[in-house]
Ligand binder design. Structure first.
Ligand code: NAP
Length: 515
């Protein structure tokens, strides 16, 4: 039995030794720039000759890697291969499957800086953000391994005389795993290993901007001894091969994390019964957010301001949990705004490969254009207090941007921007602040700063968010500590990193024997 689960500690980059170790990892990754990666189906590397370049968002001239792209024929082959591999993998004991996750976690722990360095260069993460991403990936594997072992234990049932009853959890079948680019390792690793540790086999369609990190992780699983065909790496544009994978009659479930648009599309398509399909497909869809931090008049304003700035601008606001609305009681509104603006002015925007950088670029040209458009919209909807323009044109840089006096019905207050843009909204009462916070299609994270027990209790009851934080920032969920998932159009509230998660990839079978 493994030791009790503990979160992987984050690396401190304060000392020169650790800094040099990380710089060495960055140099090593750069030396491998331009390498080619290919789909891996049934353990076979398949070169298609149709390449997509993965670009460093900090310097659009740098090609991180060239990735062979799958087409529909290869998607078909990947699903069939996963279906064939299912027959053997489902018969491995849960303990054996868990061991492959512990082994993968151990390898990743040994190669932590290597993977984090690739995320700096392919996703534009700062050192600390990349390190946290790698730590979370390790956590997911350690946690889900233990969860699989827990679910394999005899499950409690009421006993009746003359019968022996047993409930066991068995796998579903072939899953399609579709992760986003913003946690290129942690979310990819969590979604993939949760599915396989339950005995399912998967086709992993990585997010296009971070398909190199995904290729490296799938190779790591192979190194950890996951049999060929259990995890099939299938890079290719979601718009071209996504529907095919989702629609396939052999697909038993889809595990998706990404935008609301794509998540709803997948949910709709998966609901259609296809010829030859023997089940109702399961869809786990974790989607966007419009997360708010509410600041009460009596709260610790310095702590609130620090939390708002960290939640809004960490990883350039590209977290589903990022704070994009600060809803502040009128009495302290200007003071909090001033404090957040001051912290923001002190943030260093730049190349995340530099240890001193606080905010890096956004992921790609499409994201850059979309966020820049929201900044222009914001200029008509609010008062520009910080940022509002682009940075170094070599990369996809946008200055951390704050708009004050945004109305609750403004687009800036309602739509997910997914970039470093923060809207300040004024509330005249605490009731109104909570009402504004809930007045969105989403319900992912949120936070409240207050010293009043009554108001904190009110927020616990009334703030409709899957992950609500009191007197702390709204980002940085830890596996096992803060099971993560949202309400409303934020998704299916799957609570990744929690005790309910593996049930989504399993089905319960009850056997009753008359004695
Ligand atoms: P996205 O554009 O929806 O892409 C997500 C994944 O879906 C990618 O792998 C993408 O592939 C794929 N895809 C695109 N079209 C598809 C289709 N028709 N069928 C099947 N798959 C398809 O989202 P993103 O830009 O990567 O991620 C940002 C979003 O994720 C934000 O909305 C954020 O809030 C959300 N997010 C949510 C959580 C959460 O836990 N709730 C966590 C992280 C991120 P391509 O890259 O090839 O297009």
């Amino acid at each position: 039995m493994p030791m009790t689960f503990r979160n992987e500690p984050f690396t401190s980059f304060a000392g020169e030794t650790e800094q040099e170790a990380f710089r060495a990892a960055l140099r090593q990754a750069r030396a491998a720039f331009g390498a080619t990666y290919a789909p891996v189906v049934g353990g076979e590397r398949i070169e298609t000759g149709r390449f997509a370049a993965s670009v460093n968002p900090a310097d659009r001239g740098q090609i991180v890697g060239q990735v062979h792209q799958a087409d529909l024929a290869l998607a078909e082959r990947a699903i069939r291969t996963a279906a064939e591999a299912f027959g053997a993998w489902r018969d491995y004991s849960p303990a054996a499957r868990a061991r492959s996750l512990y082994k993968a976690a151990a390898i990743l722990r040994r190669r932590k800086h290597e993977f984090s360095a690739w995320m700096v260069l392919e996703a534009g993460k700062t050192w600390a953000e990349a390190d946290a991403d790698t730590a979370e990936a390790i956590d997911f594997m350690e946690f889900y391994g233990r969860e699989a072992e827990r679910l394999a234990e005899r499950q409690p049932l009421a006993r009746i005389p003359g019968e022996d009853n047993e409930l066991t959890y068995i796998p579903l079948g072939v899953g399609v795993v579709i992760p986003p680019w913003n946690f290129p390792l942690a979310i990819l690793a969590g979604m993939t290993t949760a599915a396989i540790v339950c005995g399912n086999t998967v086709v992993v369609k990585p997010a296009t901007p971070t398909q190199v990190v995904a290729a490296r992780f799938c190779a790591l699983l192979e190194e950890a001894g996951v049999p060929a065909g259990v995890v099939n790496y299938l890079p290719g544009p979601g718009s071209q091969i996504g529907d095919y994978l989702v629609d396939h009659p052999l697909t038993r479930f889809v595990s998706f994390t990404g935008s609301r648009e794509v998540g709803l599309r997948i949910n709709e398509r998966a609901a259609v019964h296809r010829p030859g399909q023997k089940w109702i497909k399961r869809v786990v869809a974790e989607m966007g957010g419009k997360d708010a931090i509410v600041v009460d008049a009596d709260s610790d304003l310095d702590a609130a301001a620090a939390a708002i700035a960290a939640s809004a601008f960490g990883f350039a606001g590209q977290k589903c949990s990022a704070c994009s609305r600060a809803i502040v009681l009128a009495d302290v509104y200007e003071e909090v705004l001033g404090k957040v603006a001051a912290i923001t002015a002190g943030l260093t925007l730049g190349d995340p490969a530099d240890v001193h950088t606080d905010v890096g670029p956004v992921i790609d040209d499409k994201a850059f254009a979309k966020i820049a458009e929201y900044i222009e919209i914001g200029k008509g909807e609010g008062r520009l207090v910080a940022g509002g323009s682009a940075g170094d044109p070599r990369g996809f840089y946008l200055l951390p941007t704050i708009f004050a006096d945004v109305g609750r019905d403004a687009r800036l207050a309602r739509e997910e921007i997914f970039g470093p843009v923060l809207a300040f909204l004024r509330a005249s009462t605490f009731d109104e602040a909570l009402d504004i916070a809930n007045d969105t299609d989403y319900g992912l994270t949120g936070a409240v700063f207050s010293r009043s027990r009554a108001r904190l209790e009110q927020a616990r009851e009334q703030f409709h968010a899957g992950n609500l934080y009191l007197n702390r920032k709204c980002t940085g969920a830890l596996v096992g500590v803060h099971p993560f998932g949202g309400f409303n159009l934020s998704g299916t509230d799957s609570k990744a990193g929690g005790r309910d998660y593996l049930l989504l990839f399993s089905q319960a079978k009850v056997v009753s024997e008359r004695l």
